[in-house]
Design a protein around this ligand. Structure first.
Ligand SMILES: C[S@@+](CC[C@H](N)C(=O)[O-])C[C@H]1O[C@@H](n2cnc3c(N)ncnc32)[C@H](O)[C@@H]1O
Length: 156
């Protein structure tokens, strides 16, 4: 199964790139993680935020391969423990579809992305900066994989 992160924001600082790639490279074989970056709209002084959000939403949904299951990262989504996530991961693998996990930009995800979502995942009750979210998601998925694979990375 392929898990695609679709995240608003390009040209991330080196620490974000290094942090994310550190976990991405650990996936191989029948579980592959990839990242598609969506350029964030320019937020000038008189920027039309509604239009920018709409455009970001359109680009985000266009980046999702047809037939993928869409899961959105939302502060108000469902909080998951690592064993919960491991169970979801196993269920996603049984489902047979690839997964696209959507991460919004500074104002969050466009309503169209939220409507297209089959599952809403919250990492914390705190609002996290979007560059950090891709790293936490990649690490959490790797940890969940390690639970299912009986790999010693995760310890109870
Ligand atoms: C800076 S946040 C957006 C904040 C925006 N005001 C909102 O309420 O969505 C950017 C993106 O990071 C993700 N994000 C931030 N904190 C999160 C959390 N605690 N759980 C899940 N996703 C989160 C979401 O995808 C969000 O759209």
């Amino acid at each position: 199964m392929r898990i695609q992160l679709v995240a608003v924001g390009t040209k991330m600082p080196a620490w974000v790139e290094t942090g994310y790639r550190e976990y991405e490279r650990r996936f191989s074989g029948d579980l592959v993680l990839s990242l598609t970056e969506i350029p964030a709209g320019k937020r000038g002084k008189n920027a039309d935020i509604k239009r920018i959000l709409q455009k970001e939403g359109e680009l985000t949904l266009n980046a999702v391969p047809k037939g993928n299951k869409i899961v959105t990262l939302e502060v108000t989504g469902k909080a998951l423990t690592t064993p919960d996530l491991a169970q979801h991961l196993a269920a996603w693998q049984m489902d047979g579809r690839d997964i696209s996990l959507l991460i919004g930009g500074p104002e969050g995800l466009a309503p169209e992305c939220i409507q297209a979502s089959e599952q809403k995942w919250s990492l914390s009750a705190l609002t996290l900066p979007h560059p950090l979210v891709r790293i936490i998601v990649a690490e959490s998925l790797y940890r969940a994989w390690s639970v299912n694979a009986n790999h010693p990375y995760h310890r109870e």
